[in-house]
Design a protein around this ligand. Structure first.
Ligand SMILES: NC(=O)c1ccc[n+]([C@@H]2O[C@H](COP(=O)([O-])OP(=O)(O)OC[C@H]3O[C@@H](n4cnc5c(N)ncnc54)[C@H](O)[C@@H]3O)[C@@H](O)[C@H]2O)c1
Ligand SMILES: [Zn+2]
Length: 721
């Protein structure tokens, strides 16, 4: 390629990038309806900047690298800012941050201190206060002039229309970020979709779209808020010498200033702040996309000055994006351990937050509706840390009419049984084939091994699949969880099984063959048991000695989670006692109630359920807790605890009473046996006095536990009347 051809190619690419970025700016800043993700946009900007660095002759005043925001082409009146509102330069990693820090310290000298604050993902506004009165609110626009949104700004509760204090500046131009709390964003989108309108792609666009409404009454309905992050003109009143001083003055005027900013001496502390919020990114109620680092001293800020686009004394450290755009290829459903059907999105695989994502959860059919996503949509996909990837919203600007609505299937994807609601009023539709549905069996077996149940580490998802639905042999060694404790080594060795993706239950595909991945899970190449076999048997032995409540949880009885199981075990002490208890007796247990009681009765009424219990019992699984025949000296006694005790937490006090057959409740009545008071007892103490209920201090409580109610009556506090 000749030199001139190369140059014209670069110029063409430059023009193309400028055009694409201008288009994206328009969609983002004017329409509040971007079609690119921020990551894609930043990629284009980066390419443009690199191109301009190697070909400075291409840089013109109209290049997006030289400008702030987008030209204003809206229905709002245009107003000029008193001082220009700039954007920020970015550092994408710690090297770029150090390079910036070294540069400013070289030019300005070290030791002026850095102010660190969160980079809120909202939209910048300028508020003009004259003698303390809010006279104007405007968007950033192109930095010189913005849109007059005064009436809309006035609807935001966090923004005072009148500053407080006697010595407010004559003229103050406050800058800050208007945002919509993440939670409100989800609610707003749901309401928009419900009303047949298009949802916003993310909280930032929702905030921008809500503020930039022609009708301020609509803005007023959106729970927007604001946080101050700077100022322009500041005439009269006390003059701040530093950014932090300015914030504290503005806080005193009644403006919303964050508690999360810090002034630190050097770059290493800046690094600590960045790391901290990298790990606590979702603590604030608003979305953040990074940290802004500013030189704190205003004298130094002035010395460093600004470029046409951004101050030299500040930099935005951007966190890796957690949101990307990708296609929602299909919506499928998975089957849970109780037969519950949950839809999930099949995504065009994409890398986000360090891993490739191909599936995203959608929780239930109404969630799909609430989010307003259609199959075929480009969607905003979010993956935050270890959290399961989630679809945020569709990018409606990219629809071409071929998208279609998701319809809930009528039959189970794994066993073909017709789906049904188990009870009237249920939210979730289920596969009723609990006994034989391979999906439910696999999920239940996997659950038996989970940490909340019997905690069998060697029994993971692959093993659960291999045991319940092997490719070979034909007959699975585990037909239901009853068989688990009757396994033998020779039944395990021949097993060949496909590997399933835990989140969806779908077979994993072997990249080299394109076929589902199959493994011989328990035997090595020589046909001998792998290490995991020995481990499995060891852990099965251990599992047999787990306490009763874990055994109960492992049975996958609807509504019987660890809490309820513990309450049941404490009260009844044995599986037999629970099985033979009446529904009323079950429901009377503290923390159990009628729903769980009915569910238990239903469960034990099924033959094959009782068989599971029997098989476990035969194999030596523990079916009763010690102390089953222990004394219950507090039987029929109700205790209320108020204030803080020295030797007991609220939970351990409750447990101590329950272990002796007593009951702990939250409110005092005539039927209350004793009220135990610690430090700072509340209104329950007064009520006990009024009703004449016996009152115990901590020593008296000890007597109650050790010697019973009669002994405790003797040591009740005598209250002088
Ligand atoms: N997806 C798209 O199509 C598209 C289009 C245009 C812009 N964008 C996004 O916007 C970015 C560029 O926008 P920008 O020019 O507003 O720059 P920016 O968002 O990178 O940084 C400047 C802005 O940060 C905000 N900010 C938040 N907290 C702040 C704080 N504590 N101190 C100071 N400022 C704070 C202010 O609004 C300020 O104007 C891009 O990197 C991209 O992420 C996306
Ligand atoms: Zn099924």
């Amino acid at each position: 390629m000749s030199l001139s051809q190369d140059a014209s190619g670069q110029a063409a690419r430059h023009a193309e990038l400028c055009q694409d970025i201008d288009d994206a700016n328009y969609r983002y800043y004017v329409l509040d309806d971007p079609t690119l993700s921020d990551a894609e946009y930043d990629g284009l900007m980066r390419e443009l900047r690199e191109l301009e660095e190697s070909h400075p002759e291409l840089v013109g005043p109209d290049s997006p690298t030289q400008k702030v925001g987008a030209p204003i082409t809206t229905d709002f009146t245009t107003v000029e800012h008193v001082e220009r509102m700039l954007s920020l330069d970015n550092a994408m990693n710690s090297d770029e941050l150090s390079a910036w820090g070294e540069r400013v310290e070289r030019e300005a000298g070290p030791g002026s201190g850095y102010l660190c604050e969160l980079k809120i993902d909202g939209l910048a506004v300028a508020l003009l206060y004259q003698n303390g009165r809010l006279v104007r609110g405007a968007t950033r626009g192109d930095g010189r002039s913005g849109e007059d949104v005064t009436n809309n700004i006035r609807t935001i509760a966090a923004i005072p229309t009148q500053l407080t204090g006697d010595e407010v500046p004559e003229l103050l131009e406050v800058r800050g970020e208007v945002y919509l709390p993440v939670k409100s964003f989800e609610e707003l989108n749901a309401a928009l979709v419900e009303g047949g309108r298009e949802p916003f792609a993310n909280p930032r666009n929702a905030a921008a779209g809500s503020l930039r409404q022609k009708d301020p009454r609509i803005t007023a309905q959106r729970p927007l808020s604001m946080i101050v992050h700077g100022f322009g003109a500041w005439e009269g009143g006390e003059q701040p010498q530093s950014q932090a001083e300015a914030y504290e003055l503005m806080r005193a005027y009644g403006l919303p200033v964050s508690d999360r900013y810090r002034v630190v001496p050097g770059l290493s502390e800046v690094g600590d702040y960045i790391r901290f919020y990298g790990e606590h990114r979702h603590d604030p109620e608003y979305e953040i996309d990074g940290v802004v680092v500013k030189i704190d001293q205003r004298a130094v800020q002035r010395r460093l000055g600004s470029t046409s686009r951004a101050p030299r004394w500040a930099i935005a450290f951007k966190y890796p994006p957690q949101e990307v755009n990708t296609r929602l290829l299909d919506i499928k459903v998975g089957v849970g351990r109780t037969g519950r059907i949950t839809p999930y999105g099949v995504m065009e695989p994409i890398k986000v937050a360090g891993s490739t994502v191909a599936y995203a959860t959608l929780h239930n059919a109404s969630e799909v509706k609430r989010k307003g996503v259609l199959i075929g949509d480009t969607v905003v996909l979010r993956k935050a840390g270890d959290v399961i990837p989630e679809i945020v919203a569709p990018v409606t600007g990219l629809r071409d009419g071929t998208e279609r609505e998701f319809e809930m299937p009528t039959h189970c994807p794994e066993c073909g049984t017709e789906l049904a609601y188990q009870k009237e009023g249920d939210v979730d539709i289920r596969c009723p084939n609990a006994r034989l549905c391979p999906a439910q069996l696999r999920e239940r077996l996997y659950f038996v091994a989970s940490r909340n149940a019997l905690d069998i580490e060697a029994l993971g998802y692959v093993a659960a699949t291999a045991l319940t639905q092997p490719l070979e042999p034909d007959e699975p060694p585990v037909r239901n969880e009853g068989d688990l404790f009757h396994l033998t080594v020779d039944r395990l060795l021949p097993i060949k099984s496909i590997v399933r993706e835990q989140r969806t239950g779908l077979p994993k595909i072997d990249d080299s063959t394109g076929e589902p991945k199959a493994v011989t899970f328990f035997a090595n190449k020589a046909g001998e048991p792998k290490k995991t076999v020995e481990k499995l048997f060891e852990e099965l032995e251990k599992a047999k000695r787990q306490p009763l409540w874990r055994v109960l949880v492992a049975l996958s009885i609807r509504h019987v989670g660890p809490r309820a199981a513990q309450d049941l075990a404490r009260e009844f002490r044995s599986m037999d006692a629970i099985e033979s208890a009446t529904e009323e007796q079950l429901a009377a247990v503290d923390g159990v109630g009628p729903t769980i009681a009915a569910s238990l009765k239903d469960w034990f009424a099924v033959d094959w359920h009782r068989e599971i219990v029997q098989k476990w019992r035969d194999a030596g699984v523990r079916m009763e807790d010690e102390g089953a025949v222990g004394p219950r000296p507090l039987e029929g006694v109700t205790v209320v605890v108020t204030g803080s005790l020295e030797r007991y937490s609220r939970d351990s006090a409750t447990e101590a009473v329950q272990d002796l057959g007593g009951k702990v409740t939250g409110s005092v009545s005539k039927k209350t046996g004793f009220v135990v008071i610690g430090d700072n007892p509340g209104s329950k103490y007064d009520k006990a006095l009024k009703l004449g209920v016996p009152i115990l201090n901590e020593e008296g409580f000890q007597v109650l536990l050790e010697n019973g109610p009669d002994a405790a009556k003797v040591v009740t506090l005598r209250v002088d009347e």
